[in-house]
Each structure stands twice: as C-alpha cells, then as structure tokens.
Design a protein around this ligand. Structure first.
Ligand code: C2O
Ligand code: CU
Ligand code: CU
Length: 420
C-alpha cells in the first residue's frame, strides 16, 4: 500500500533452501525469500510502516544499519527482539541523503549466527538531489548491488557456522556475491555503478579490476562523497559501503573485465554492445556539512583491545544492563577510537556507531583518506591507530557502538550509550 507520503511493507525473516552450487540446495535464511533479500528502496521524506515478521525457529532483530531512525526499538539492535511467530509494526520517517544502507539481524550475542545464515539485505535511500545528478540509476542494468560475503560449503553444500566459528571472525574460502558463487554480469551500458557492501562476518575486501581499470568512487556509507575519487583499489571492511562507477569505453563487445579481491577473481563482466556515453561525472557531488564541536565538550574515548576471547572495549565486555557513555541530542562531539593491537600483524577493527552518521576528522592526527570525506557509520581503525570522529545524534534512546567483525561484537567488543 502506498500514498504520496506513506508506504507500507513487510519484512519477513524466514528459512528456506537456495540453489547456490550444483547438487544439493543449501539451507539458508533470508528476508521475504530464502537467502538475503530483495533490495528495499526508501525515499527521503516518506514515512514507512514496516511489519517485521519472524518465522524463524528463534528470536531475531531487524537492524537498519545506516538509517537514522528514532530510538532503539526501531533501530533494531539488541533491545528489539522479535520472537518466533511474532510480528510487529514499526513506523519511521526517512530523512537523510541518498545512500546505500542495509538491513541485518542483530540479536545479541547471535548476530554472527544470523548473518551467516543469510539475514542481510541492501536498503537504498533515494532523494531529489541524487536524482538530479544523472548518475547511473537503472537498477540491475547500470546500477548493481554487490553484497560481498564468504562461506565454507560443507558436505551436501551446507553451511556450518559452529564448525567454522572463529572468535576473531568467521570466514570461509568461497566468495559469495549477492548469494551466488562465480557470478558474471552482462554489461550493456558504457558506465556501470556498483554498490559494494561488505556483508561478511569478518573479511576485508581488497577490490581491483583487470587491467587496473579505474573505479571512481562516488559514495560511501552515508551517501555521496563531496567529490568523486578515482582509484584502482577499493578496500572495504565489515559493514562498509562504497559506490563506484566503472567506465568501459576502452572495451568492446566480447571483452571481459574481472573483479578481484586480492588474487581471487570474484565477478566477471561480459562486455556487450553499448551506446557511447560521453557524459562526465559532476566534480561536486554533495555538500558535506557536519556541525562544529563545542570546544568545552569532553572527548569520548573508545579503546578497542585484544583478540580472540580476550577482546574488550574500554577494558570491559558488553553489558546489556550497563550504560557506557552519554551524549546530548543534537550536540556534536568528538569520539576518539583507539585500536591498541600492535602495529603490523595486529587486527584492524571496523568500528560502527548506531544512531546516525559521523564524520572522520583524523587518523593519528593526519587527514583522513579522500574517499572518507563523506558521511560514515563504520570506520576501519588500523592497529596502533586513533581515529577521531565527530558524532551527532538526532534521536533519544540507547544505541549500540561496537566492532563490526561480528564475532568481536558478539564476543563483547560492544557498548551502549544513552542519547538524552
Ligand atoms: Cu551493522 Cu550494530 O550493526
Ligand atoms: Cu548498525
Ligand atoms: Cu574487532
């Protein structure tokens, strides 16, 4: 049902079977289908009435990662369980710039288990500003979601989370791209927009194309970058998003271009005939205006330490009954996120905040990378590094912040704050 201002939809967490490899189907979970889900598209300014329905044998939650929504029950972190057989309606108005966000399960401490089974899907926000930039925007033709995950297939093509579990993040040797293995895509336009999401439990993706073909990054987690950034390598850590545009003008029908992560080919582009397109990308994409920080405000500290079962955040493990920090609604304050793992060989932690987007101010006092100048909700904090961010919350309530290596999050590298 849809009016000019309101839209009703149902998101149904369910189990099923998916033909991923030849032979036996894999037992999987998904939203409104057996694995992952169809992309959900929201329009900034509209109000959504979403029925959350759980047909799984256990409780789950529906977390809108990257959406700025009021309070913990709509945000869908640990505080918002939907029990087996239950359904519940939430209502929120989308009010943020166009962006690639996502929905995933977030029951604590079973987020890793749920996401590994398939409970993750893309959620796009659209707005007029982005429409007017004339970027590739034809879903499935020149604008593709790319959900990057990895799995190990056991006997009869099944996944076995418990067997593969690793407290430093569960991973598998087989790349799973939008729930498929070894996919290819027919390119029928000169320009192609890819919306990458690292939806893996722990894997980092170091993406590059054959011939070192250039990718022009136009957006990150929270929407468009101020300016396009050209690159030949694109690195994503858990939960991060990057939108890139590839220009195939040097290729002709019959050619192939391969997308790699490290040395592994993960997606083949088969070039077909396309009409020449000499439009150029705008050099300004978006105005990023993050409010100033009150110089008297304290700087919030987050210390991510340890590996394996020894991980902590500010010396502690997650406690559902404990509030770890507080910030006033509408105020912008600095947060310093420190990864104490020893440099070179230590793990990086992808740090994520619920409750809105932040701006990256510095990395060990140096300017952030050019493709980090837009709104972010997840940032890779390298071993030995302190990343300073500016954060503003628009809604009251208790919100989580944590490492997005999902087994670190489940293992206690997570805290919660009260926005008041
Ligand atoms: Cu993407 Cu707390 O989550
Ligand atoms: Cu989140
Ligand atoms: Cu971590």
């Amino acid at each position: 049902r849809e009016t000019d201002t309101d839209v009703w939809l149902t998101v149904h967490a369910q189990s099923g079977e998916t033909q991923i490899l030849p032979g036996a189907k894999t037992k999987t979970w998904g939203y409104n289908q057996s694995l992952l889900g169809q992309t959900i598209v929201f329009r900034s300014g509209k109000t959504y009435h979403v029925t959350l329905k759980n047909s799984l044998p256990e409780l789950t939650t529906f977390h809108w990662h990257g959406l700025d929504v009021p309070g913990p029950f709509i945000d869908g972190g640990c505080h918002a369980p939907i029990y087996p057989g239950e359904e519940k309606e939430i209502t929120f108005t989308v009010n943020q710039p166009a962006a690639t966000t996502w929905l995933h399960a977030h029951p604590c401490p079973l987020t890793g288990w749920d996401v590994w089974h398939g409970l993750a899907t893309m959620v796009y926000v659209e707005d007029d500003h982005e429409d007017n930039l004339a970027l590739p925007h034809n879903y499935g033709v020149d604008d593709l979601p790319i959900v990057l995950q990895d799995r190990r297939f056991h006997e009869d093509n099944q996944w076995d989370y418990d067997a593969d579990y690793d407290p430093d993040g569960t991973a598998g040797p087989t790349a799973l791209i939008n729930g498929t293995v070894n996919p290819s895509f027919d390119v029928t336009t000169q320009k192609l927009r890819l919306r990458f999401l690292d939806g893996s439990n722990r894997r980092e993706w170091r993406l590059h194309l054959s011939d070192d073909l250039v990718m022009t990054q136009i957006a990150s987690d929270g929407g468009l970058l101020p300016e396009p950034v050209q690159m030949t390598k694109c690195m994503l850590t858990c939960a991060e998003r990057a939108e890139v545009i590839i220009d195939f003008s040097d290729y002709k029908a019959g050619d192939q271009v391969t997308l790699y992560s490290d040395d592994t080919p993960i997606l083949i582009f088969n070039i077909k005939d396309f009409v020449a397109d000499d439009t150029t990308l705008p050099d300004k994409l978006a105005e990023i205006s993050y409010p100033d920080v009150d110089p008297n405000a304290l700087v919030h500290q987050v210390v991510l330490a340890g590996t394996d079962e020894e991980i902590t955040i500010n010396g502690l493990k997650f406690g559902m009954m404990r509030i770890d920090d507080r910030q006033e609604i509408g105020k912008t304050e600095y947060w310093d996120i420190t990864n104490t793992n020893d440099c070179c060989g230590g793990m990086l932690h992808p740090y994520h905040m619920h409750g809105g987007s932040f701006q990256i101010v510095s990395r060990n006092g140096q300017a952030p990378y050019p493709n980090e100048l837009g709104y972010k909700d997840t940032v890779a904090v390298n071993p030995g590094e302190t990343v300073r961010i500016k954060m503003k919350f628009n809604f009251a309530g208790v919100f989580m912040y944590h490492c997005h290596i999902i087994e670190h999050e489940d293992g206690g590298m997570m805290a919660q704050m009260q926005v008041y």
